[in-house]
Ligand binder design. Structure first.
Ligand code: 5GP
Ligand code: MG
Ligand code: MG
Length: 173
């Protein structure tokens, strides 16, 4: 059974506020923000967030998968990467959820090589009790350390299109 953790209304409300926080932070620094959507999980968050940012927003999309194999460091595979110039740009990486931070720290290390003027992170969700190696500047919700699905997040590619964030009580199918 899927239980609602964060409703559609709560998501919309908080993402509207985040858009404002981000606008307020950047408005004296730049008139153009370059937003990097980390596919696939961030798709709905990205789409909603950029509509609530009152600046010019350029888009990039990247796709990576993380394999936590036998080694504790895990392994990252890049499936698609940016080809837009971001040197000297104000860049914000838009993530769905921060757990160990391994994926994100890999992404940030690589993006830094393009020498953006500034590189920040916004994540919709951050798991409590975790101490990720990346500190996001903007966080939507801090949540319990549970496996969540919906609003872009999957379990074996299922449940991404749920309009809310949920968690599975009992056995997941
Ligand atoms: P991290 O590298 O921070 O440990 O996690 C990277 C990725 O694992 C996230 O971007 C997300 O795709 C996936 N992930 C982490 N926690 C969850 C979760 O609770 N639910 C789902 N569906 N994916 C998660
Ligand atoms: Mg992600
Ligand atoms: Mg996934």
């Amino acid at each position: 059974m899927i239980e609602v953790m964060i409703s559609k209304e709560q998501l919309n409300e908080r993402i509207k506020q985040l858009g404002k926080e981000i606008t307020d932070y950047y408005k004296d620094k730049t008139d153009t923000l370059h937003a990097v959507c980390v596919l696939k999980g961030s798709i709905h968050f990205f789409s909603e967030l950029v509509q609530n940012i009152d600046l010019n927003v350029e888009y990039s999309f990247i796709q990576v998968s993380s394999y936590s194999g036998v080694s504790s460091t895990g392994r990252i595979r890049v499936k698609s990467w940016i080809d837009e110039p971001i040197e000297g740009r104000h860049v914000i990486v838009v993530e769905d959820i921060l757990d160990t931070g391994l994926t994100l720290s890999y992404i940030l290390d690589y993006l830094r090589r393009y020498r953006p003027a500034d590189l920040k992170v916004v994540t919709l969700l951050k798991k409590l009790g975790r101490n990720p190696q990346v500190k996001p500047e903007f966080v939507g919700f801090e949540i319990e350390d549970k496996f969540v699905i919906g609003y872009g997040l999957d379990y074996n590619e299922k449940y991404r299109n749920l309009p809310y964030i949920g968690w599975v009580k009992g056995e997941i199918k």
